[in-house]
Design a protein around this ligand. Sequence first.
Ligand code: GLN
Length: 269
Amino acid sequence: MTKMKKLLALLLALVMVFALAACSSGSTEDTAEETSSEEFTTATEGVLTMATNAEFPPYEYYENDAVTGIDAEIAAAIAEKLGLELVIEDMAFDSIVAAVTSGKADMGMAGMTITEERLESVDFSEPYATGVQVVIVAEDSAITNVDDLFEGGYTIGVQSSTTGDLYATWDLEDTGLCTVERFNRGADAVAALTSGKIDCVIIDNEPAKAFAEANEGLVILDTAYTEEEYAICFSKDNTALSEAVNEALVELMEDGTVQSIIDKYISAD
Ligand code: GLN
């Protein structure tokens, strides 16, 4: 079931990419770039507003008073290409899609996985990074690999409305095997794990590494729960903007900028 959903999500992502490519090649070729950057409108003139949840290191987190990280830097590079000023709005993860569909934010960028549910309400850019859902446990835990979870009887912590929440709900709660506890922040789920209130946390691998490093006695299981793709989400009603942003993102992937930003934050170990 999980595999099916993943496949579907990937297929839909591909369809989306082709749709975007088809639209942008519809404009006259020699002026395609100028056209797309002239036609779009943003929530605030001259500004690219990015909705995020700055509790997801190394993609977005606070350093002093500013939101920094992989997504913040990629967004800044996109804004620069489009001649816009980047403004980052920090909010709860599950408010991002609403901020985008209501037009308050121009795009959502938050290590957000392309899923078929989200594709019902938003469009996604081409994927720019891979995420892996992993399981964090206490060092001495009886859970030593993902399959152990399917033995049942465990309390699983997740960040509310994330894909970790979805998988745990579908695979382990709806099947009556385990209990799922939902937290507003990944850090809160990890705190509950540290104090022994829950048995594990299912969360994306990069924040998991940061949390495991910051909290003694926690380890990440070697077996991953599932792999997924991160992309930028947009309102379905502003395709001129989503095409322009996607075009800029693709250029930044092709010229190596995106990879160099990722490498700056994630060591290839
Ligand atoms: N990748 C996960 C998702 O899209 C988690 C994202 C996050 O917590 N920022 O649901």
